[in-house]
Design a protein around this ligand. Sequence first.
Ligand code: NAP
Length: 282
Amino acid sequence: MILITGATGNVGSELVARLATDGVPVRAMTRTPEKTDFPSGVDVVAGDFDKPETLPAALDGIDRVFVVPPGYGPEGPVQERTLVAAARAAGVQHLVKLSTSGVTHDATDPLSSGHRHGEQVVQESGLAWTILRPGTFMVYLYSYAHTIRTERTMYVTEGDPVSAMIHPRDIASVAATVLTTPGHEGRTYTLTGGEALSPRRQGEIVGAALGEEVQVIERTQAETQAEFDRLGWGGPRLEALLELKRQSAAWDWKLSDSVEELTGSAPLTLRDWVDENIHLFG
Ligand SMILES: NC(=O)c1ccc[n+]([C@@H]2O[C@H](COP(=O)([O-])OP(=O)(O)OC[C@H]3O[C@@H](n4cnc5c(N)ncnc54)[C@H](OP(=O)(O)O)[C@@H]3O)[C@@H](O)[C@H]2O)c1
């Protein structure tokens, strides 16, 4: 049986659904099973990386694990270490870790650094491993949903990257392939969507789906910061995300063929993602 951590998240939820549809025995881990609604046939288990005592039950009878670390603080990849220790004790054979393309491109922001160290923990676990390094998820457009809905406007920041953004379902499709077919042990795959899109082009695609123009207005870094301050946002996680975004302008536009090579299908497009989520922008 395969354990999916992060099973309620962007990639994990798609992966659980995909494996269930394919008839693969799958267990979904979440901290709050009572709040979830997984497809029938999915074994749901309570588990928390920060509560090691919950992991033996989650890992009982499991041979492969999809490892989704929710985040990194200054303490480093503690959650990977906890998971690896429990997985070894449970006799797990293969770990597939969700990482980030920042590692491929030697980024030094806190999120990429956390993933780099988390990858090392998985690679030194003594178990078979595979690393998936996706770039920006299309769900990033959630951050523009409010102003697109209320003003038909996307406020972007000068220097925002041209991005080969990826649909989370494509990452899940790759993960399903890696978890259910041989030959991926010891491999690292960088994953992107099929086209590099500027913020202006992203706005055009949302506008085309809505049938109305969406204005794209560029703000300076200082104006964006002032807006975050006004909204009461801030803190280390936002800072880490902004630093990743600044650095990623150097590579986020680069395309990888891995999705098509591993799944046999061209990557889903941003228009596909927007059409599925049009209620957020309508
Ligand atoms: N978003 C992007 O553009 C992007 C790009 C590249 C890489 N990534 C990486 O992809 C991973 C997922 O990011 P995401 O933004 O898509 O988040 P997500 O997977 O949608 O949400 C986080 C998941 O982590 C679980 N979780 C939170 N705390 C936990 C804990 N203590 N123990 C066990 N599970 C816990 C949550 O499950 P419950 O609340 O149900 O417990 C939830 O399913 C991250 O490692 C991120 O760095 C993201």
